[in-house]
Design a protein around this ligand. Structure first.
Ligand code: ADP
Ligand code: MG
Length: 588
């Protein structure tokens, strides 16, 4: 690492406002970043009392030469940049040369460090603006930074610290971000003497699963994309696992954790097609971009970045993420269910099995047993379909319908084994994509209802209808108020003609009221279409004939994103013969 130099006044003035040492976690973040910038392979963190009493970070990085120790503690002294040109393409996490000095202004700091050339380590202590003498010390090559008694001299700020547990939680969050960003780094976190995390070097996949949970890892979709100067990779959580908060969303730009509105927005848009409403998906996304194409000198805590070409980055990220989430039927968009036996219970575990699974053998006996019993379905006598595909067509990804189960699921046979389809969810997804296409083409086939449907409504629904009459018409509806509490529906989009019309009308009006007419066809369009599709989709407990079921399977295969319904639930699962064999403990 080059020697530490004092920055010129000119350069100092270009650097965004001073470091904010807000709480123990912000100290920990700076110390960890220094360890990473020093090329550490292994870092140990030890906290006491949530970091308020002590934060110690030890690394095996490049170390600091004795001659540089005092400068390391000096404001605006850094080994990482030397010129304006450097500032324009920062490749390190730190670059302002003020973290250690800022920390020393509100706590006691000790640096113990040894470079590969030193025979032993050197130590310097600092508190406020004054440094102590540099003394010899024992330490392996690398650096230990110790920060104790945060805000000891500024009780006013100390008052703002939360409980020890809260401050520790913030520190653990900072630790986890670093751990996600550097899977190859060995990391240990101790709190009050107890090991809280111990992470060995791992692949990105294993590290991510280790930190976000196996459930995330098993169902996540891998994200990958590259254009010259810009690369994206990472893992997108399954929509079905989305949660009520945003706290499992990690975005890194060139290895730096950022809270970037542009990237968050691009990801939200990619998920909009598969996730309804206020659910927040979990994801770990890495954007690697040419250092000259991103400005990291935007925010004191360096958690914001500015892209030189924001639009291009937004498009790239959105498309890459949408592609990862789309996966049409047949590409196993939802993980294959594999049943595992735990104790005496069957625990279905969603784990993607590889395509190497055995190919189905025709189960001829079942075909024979049910011969003659197909079609003619009634609600209490479910449809039994021809289990064998028409000659030459066994390769349909979702296979051919065998039966309908409890009016909810379609059972189908394909080459790999059994396919289970949630018929309402699947139909909903198909309608949603069709509605989108129709709306994009600005032509909606309308269907006049044979008998107009009157809907009991609230006064507020009637008012909404009057206010948004134009949007309602543009969507292909003809609806008007009959009385202050009745609405009559005369025409609906053709593909929704078999919907429960009163529910459909009320759903539409509720969305219009919630999203506002102006926005509903732009920003909230997908939510609106999801509402319509949900009401238009075949209800559970409706018996389907074999041709109807097969038609649904074929349409699923043709529909993008048919792997999930609009609410992010899966629409189908594959149970391979190998999975079934496992269920029955049947070796092959
Ligand atoms: P910056 O990281 O922005 O340069 P800091 O105040 O965090 O500013 O650190 C000042 C300097 O001290 C760094 O530029 C680096 O040369 C040195 N330094 C700090 N921590 C370490 C470490 N763990 N290993 C090696 N050098 C370090
Ligand atoms: Mg630093």
């Amino acid at each position: 690492m080059p020697a530490i130099r004092l920055l010129s006044d000119n350069l100092i003035s270009q650097i965004a406002a001073g470091e904010v040492v807000e709480r123990p976690a912000s100290v920990l973040k700076e110390l960890l970043e220094n360890s990473l910038d020093a090329g550490a392979q292994s870092v140990a963190v030890s906290l006491e009392q949530g970091g308020i009493r002590r934060i110690r970070v030890s690394d095996d990085g490049s170390g600091i030469a004795r001659a540089d120790l005092a400068l390391a503690m000096t404001r605006h002294a850094t080994s990482k940049i030397a010129s304006t040109a450097d500032l324009e393409r920062v490749a390190t996490l730190g670059f302002r040369g003020e973290a250690l000095a800022s920390i020393a202004s509100v706590a006691r700091v000790t640096l113990t460090s040894r470079t590969a050339n030193d025979e032993h380590a050197w130590r310097i202590g600092a508190e406020g603006a004054s440094h102590g003498a540099i003394e010899p010390a024992a330490h392996a090559p690398g650096t230990t930074a110790e920060v104790s008694d945060l805000y000891v001299n500024t009780p006013a700020r100390r008052k703002f610290l939360k409980s020890e547990a809260t401050e520790f939680a913030h520190c653990a969050e900072v630790f986890e971000r670093i751990a996600l960003a550097r899977p190859g780094l060995a990391l240990t976190l101790r709190h009050n003497g107890r090991v809280s995390r111990h992470l060995l070097p791992a692949t990105a996949e294993a590290r991510t699963a280790g930190l976000l949970g196996r459930e995330f890892g098993d169902a996540a979709r891998e994200l990958a994309g590259e254009v010259p100067g810009l690369r994206i990779h990472g893992y997108l959580g399954a929509p079905a696992q989305a949660r009520g908060t945003r706290d499992a969303q990690y975005v890194f730009v060139n290895g730096r954790f950022v809270r970037d509105k542009l990237l968050a927005h691009a990801l939200r848009q990619a998920y909009a097609d598969v996730l309804h409403g206020d659910r927040h998906p979990a994801y770990v996304v890495f954007v690697e971009i040419d250092h000259g194409a991103v400005d990291v000198n935007v925010h004191p805590a360096k958690t914001e970045v500015r892209f030189r070409e924001p639009h291009a980055v937004h498009q790239f990220v959105r498309h890459a993420a949408a592609r990862a989430l789309a996966g049409a039927a047949g590409e196993s968009p939802v993980p294959t269910v594999s049943a595992e036996i735990a104790g005496d219970r069957l625990v279905p575990s969603a784990r993607a099995l590889q395509a190497s699974l055995g190919v189905a053998q025709p189960v001829g006996t079942y075909a024979a047993m049910f011969a003659g019993a197909r079609d003619g379905a009634t609600p209490d006598r479910p449809a039994i379909a021809e289990p064998f595909a028409p000659a030459g067509e066994i390769d349909q990804p979702l296979g051919f319908a065998l039966a309908q189960l409890h009016g909810i699921y379609i059972l189908a046979q394909n080459r790999r084994g059994l396919v289970l389809v949630d018929m309402h969810a699947a139909h909903e997804r198909i309608l949603y994509e069709q509605l989108k296409t129709v709306l994009d083409a600005e032509r909606s086939d309308r269907q006049q209802l044979l008998i107009p449907v009157t809907v009991q409504a609230e006064a507020v629904d009637v008012a909404t209808l009057e206010e948004h009459a134009g949007v309602v018409a543009a969507l292909g509806f003809e609806m008007s108020a009959l009385s202050p509490t009745t609405i009559v529906v005369r025409e609906v989009p053709a593909m929704l003609a078999s919907a429960d019309i009163p529910a459909l009308a009320r759903g539409l009006l509720r969305d219009l009221r919630e999203y506002g007419g102006g926005q509903v066809l732009t920003e909230r369009r997908n939510e609106l279409l999801a509402t319509l599709a949900c009401h238009g989709a075949v209800r559970a407990h409706r018996a389907l004939t074999a041709p109807e079921m097969n038609a649904l399977l074929r349409r699923m295969e043709d529909t993008e994103r048919s792997g999930q319904c609009n609410h992010g639930r899966p629409t189908w699962y594959q149970l391979s013969l190998a999975d079934l064999d496992k269920l029955f403990l049947r070796g092959r």
